[in-house]
Design a protein around this ligand. Structure first.
Ligand code: ZN
Length: 176
């Protein structure tokens, strides 16, 4: 009798390691680094919905090209999604430079990401569109590993033991 969970296919609640290349408008703009695949828990919206759907059921070693339309990726570009704010409302420590990403709390207290689009003498225009909004994405992916998530990983809703980018903290101290 074999009660072990099937680990041969990508499915919900499993930790997936995946190599990827992302091409947009014919240009490769992002990829997993050599020997450092992307790790995430499948079925938890850790990756964009269209990609998550496309890799469901893939096996270790399998490669695939995945085309994700903008609406299943970062959404349509919204020309209304710009807000002009008086400069005086910005804390002094925020550098007001075009292209910088900042976090802004909305009326519900949730942090929204925005990019500085324009700076004038007394106002700043923020662009709340994701940089890839309106873009169709072409992925080349390869599944390089599948394992069971620990109970703690499922509870924390992230994969443990990852190398963090310099500016990020681990919420639980399990990452380095
Ligand atoms: Zn954690």
């Amino acid at each position: 009798l074999n009660n072990s969970i099937e680990l041969d296919k990508v499915r919900k609640d499993l930790v997936v390691s995946m190599d990827y290349e992302l091409t947009v408008d014919g240009e490769m703009i992002d990829s997993s680094e050599e020997n450092d695949p992307l790790e995430f828990i499948q079925g938890h919206e850790h990756i964009i919905p269209g990609l998550e759907k496309a890799i469901e059921g893939m096996t270790v070693g399998e490669s695939k090209e995945v085309f994700v339309k903008a609406e299943d990726a970062y959404g349509a570009f919204d020309a209304e999604n710009f807000v002009e704010i008086p400069k005086s409302e910005f804390p002094e420590e925020i550098p007001l430079e075009v292209g910088i990403e900042i976090g802004i709390e909305d009326e519900n207290g949730e942090e929204q990401s925005a990019f500085i689009e324009e700076v004038t003498l007394d106002s700043v225009t923020l662009n709340f569109n994701h940089p890839l909004a309106g873009k169709d994405l072409n992925f080349k992916v390869k599944i390089v590993g599948i394992r069971e998530a620990t109970a703690e990983e499922l509870e924390h809703d992230h994969v443990h033991g990852q190398e963090l980018e310099d500016d990020k903290d681990c919420c639980c101290g399990d990452c380095k």
